[in-house]
Ligand binder design. Structure first.
Ligand SMILES: Nc1ncnc2c1ncn2[C@@H]1O[C@H](COP(=O)(O)OP(=O)(O)OP(=O)(O)O)[C@@H](O)[C@H]1O
Length: 264
């Protein structure tokens, strides 16, 4: 559904992202991982059409993403940015409703089942009890769940998530990714997510793209990516990789680089 061809982004003399190419297939989930400053958010902005590449091309179903009109793009691609909901005095319900704006005509009218969509998204994200509260009075985790409910009502073909588990406790991290995964599988949604937690990325993503200093350091299924040499080379961290005892998915264990006796 998307072809990313030799995409680079340069600002001044800095190369933020360099010569990235990969194909995105419908109904799959892709993880972008890499250290701080590697270019993950920049790449996601290029994939969303929010930023234009300096060279190379992003094609969404054969059409250059840069040439698709904003409103049309907003119907097809939803982006969950870091801290991406307004800090203004809107209620949870009002913010979720905003996800339907691209579908309204100039009179603010749209299809009749949109109320049901909004109701379902609020319920799925466990927001029913706080639907009347103002978003600027919510915790970081609650706001993140509101942001996901807002993109859910957009019913996009492609969902781009920038560190969606930030602010969430471990229970909600798993709940949010479970919700996205179920949605991906039930509706053939395509998902590309920047994730910092490599263990969650290995469990939820079909393919992982590893960025290092703006370049693609590796690309493939988690079983091919979660290798101690790669983790050391890219993150500079010594890791032990073990299969999860229940799922068999490779999981990473970190250890301090100094002996425990020196830490105590
Ligand atoms: N507008 C800009 N002008 C110049 N440099 C920028 C600009 N935006 C980002 N950068 C730099 O580009 C590099 C990549 O930034 P980016 O935010 O894409 O990294 P990231 O991998 O998402 O990092 P993090 O994990 O810390 O969120 C960083 O070194 C950053 O300082």
């Amino acid at each position: 559904m998307m072809i990313v061809e030799q995409v680079s982004k340069r600002i001044g003399t800095r190369n933020l992202v360099q010569e990235i190419s990969f194909n995105v297939e419908k109904g799959r989930m892709y993880g972008i991982i890499g250290p701080n400053g590697a270019g993950k958010t920049t790449l996601l902005q290029l994939l969303s059409g929010m930023e234009a590449p300096t060279s190379g091309e992003v094609l969404l179903q054969g059409q250059a993403i840069a040439s698709i009109k904003r409103k049309e793009l907003a119907k097809r691609v939803a982006v969950l940015q870091q801290g991406g909901i307004p800090a203004a005095a809107f209620t949870v319900r009002e913010v979720v409703q905003m996800g339907r704006f691209p579908f309204q005509n100039w009179l603010g009218e749209e299809r009749s089942d949109s109320e049901q969509l909004i109701h379902d998204a609020i319920e799925t994200m466990g927001l029913t009890a706080i639907a009347h509260r103002q978003v600027d009075q919510l915790s970081g985790g609650e706001r993140q769940r509101v942001a996901l409910a807002k993109v859910m009502v957009q019913e996009p073909e492609l969902l781009l998530l920038d560190e969606p588990t930030t602010y969430l406790d471990i229970g909600y991290q798993v709940q949010l990714l479970d919700t996205v995964k179920r949605w991906q599988q039930d509706r053939q949604l395509t998902v590309i997510a920047v994730l910092h937690d490599l263990n969650l990325a290995a469990h939820y993503c079909d393919e992982l793209l590893v960025l290092h200093e703006g370049r693609m350091a590796a690309y493939g299924p988690p079983s091919g990516i979660m290798k101690p040499e790669l983790i050391l080379g890219v993150f500079g961290a010594k890791a032990v990789i073990l299969p999860h005892p229940e799922t068999g998915v490779p999981q990473l264990l970190l250890a301090p680089s100094v002996p425990p006796s020196e830490i105590r």
